[in-house]
Design a protein around this ligand. Structure first.
Ligand SMILES: NC(=O)c1ccc[n+]([C@@H]2O[C@H](COP(=O)([O-])OP(=O)(O)OC[C@H]3O[C@@H](n4cnc5c(N)ncnc54)[C@H](OP(=O)(O)O)[C@@H]3O)[C@@H](O)[C@H]2O)c1
Length: 336
């Protein structure tokens, strides 16, 4: 079968490298790596192993080889600049950064603390969480791939809110932990080995930039939602423990029914029976989001645990799911 060329910018980074790994095995596309600088040999590479071909990181070079979709696994500012250029050249974009995830420029400026040089594209971008926005993704020119923490949080919280069983006045708490690859490959003191190995720490308390993504997609208000991210001394994986006060619901079986109704037919959300919760091994290197919970009916205490691999369902796998939708393929192609 002939395969379609797709481009990856940021292929040396953790999300871009994961994209290359997934797309190289995809039966209907082949990745081309868009090179923004000459290789400096910062990674050991074996001789005689043919990796994905490289071309210059320009819209002209991409058009010349027939690329219709480009993935941007790059920092926010780079993503904004390149999105403008690739869209102008008629190439669709799946952006993995936070550049286009928030609905308004004001929200972006508040949480990212920088100006946005292409505010007109914020309204156009479609939020790429297929389980909720599949129909909108189909015809999009620009898909904004969700953040890793918000992917798990929204999949776990939104069905409960929509079913009207959350006591919102009591607040929702999301206690989130991520492996260190979540911070990217660029070195920093905070993520260096001696600061993280055998350590465990909380960060960005009450001002994490993923908070507004959860609010705008779940329907929670900022005052109702407490989110704390933690740095786990592991390479990859996200586990979120979410504390909810449930109301108007009598049994754990009813809560399971709510999740089952929401995710019937979804291949990347797996539910556990009440009283059983996933761990990181459940989802490692997969595109699954696993959700389990415990419920104490007399008090209404509901504790939900959601797990994903931050580089797969939290980044490259979800981006591939979005690409499959854009190209009219089976959504799970190359991902199961
Ligand atoms: N890591 C995660 O779990 C995760 C999850 C969801 C979303 N994201 C988002 O995905 C994006 C990439 O994250 P990451 O963790 O993979 O980052 P990363 O490991 O730090 O990689 C960033 C990549 O961007 C490239 N880059 C930097 N400046 C560039 C430029 N001017 N032109 C072209 N490429 C440039 C870098 O290329 P060189 O190495 O060649 O300089 C590098 O390959 C970020 O916006 C991040 O927020 C990450």
């Amino acid at each position: 079968m002939t395969t379609i060329p797709v481009g990856i910018v940021g292929f040396r980074g953790y999300s871009g490298a994961e994209l290359d790994r997934i797309l190289s095995k995809h039966p209907r596309v082949h990745p081309l790596l868009l090179e923004h600088r000459q290789d400096t040999g910062d990674r050991p590479e074996p001789l005689h192993v043919g990796g994905s071909p490289r071309i210059p990181c320009t819209p002209e070079a991409a058009r010349e080889v027939g690329i219709e979709i480009v993935f941007l696994a790059t920092p926010v500012g780079v993503s904004i600049e390149l999105t403008v250029q690739f869209l102008a050249a008629g190439i669709r974009v799946i952006d993995l950064s936070g550049a286009f995830r928030l609905g308004t420029v004001g929200t972006f400026t508040r949480w990212y603390k920088e100006d946005h040089s292409a505010p007109h594209l914020i309204a156009e971008a479609v939020y790429g969480l297929p389980e909720f926005y599949r129909k909108k993704i189909v015809g999009a020119r620009l898909v904004s791939n969700p953040g890793c923490y918000p992917t798990a949080a929204n999949l776990a919280i939104r069905p409960l809110l929509h079913a009207g069983i959350v006591n919102r006045a009591a607040g929702v708490i999301c206690d989130a932990k991520s492996g260190i690859s979540g911070a990217g490959r660029k070195p920093s003191l905070q993520t260096s080995f001696c600061e993280t190995a055998e350590n465990f720490s909380a960060y960005s308390i009450l001002n994490h930039r993923h908070v507004p993504e959860v609010l705008q997609n779940s329907g929670l208000e900022e005052r109702e939602f407490s989110f704390t991210a933690h740095l786990l001394p592991l390479n990859r994986g996200i586990l979120e423990t979410i504390y909810v006060r449930a109301e108007r619901v009598e049994s754990a079986e009813r809560i399971l029914e709510i999740y089952q109704a929401q995710y019937a037919g979804e291949r990347f959300v797996r539910l556990y029976r009440p009283g059983v919760v996933p761990d990181l091994f459940s989802v490692a290197r997969t595109n699954f989001c696993d959700i389990g919970f415990h419920f104490d009916a007399p008090s209404g205490r509901l504790t939900v645990v959601a797990a994903i691999d931050n580089l797969v369902k939290g980044a490259a796998g979800q981006a591939t799911q979005n690409m499959n939708i854009l190209l009219g393929f089976d959504e799970a192609e190359g991902l199961l």
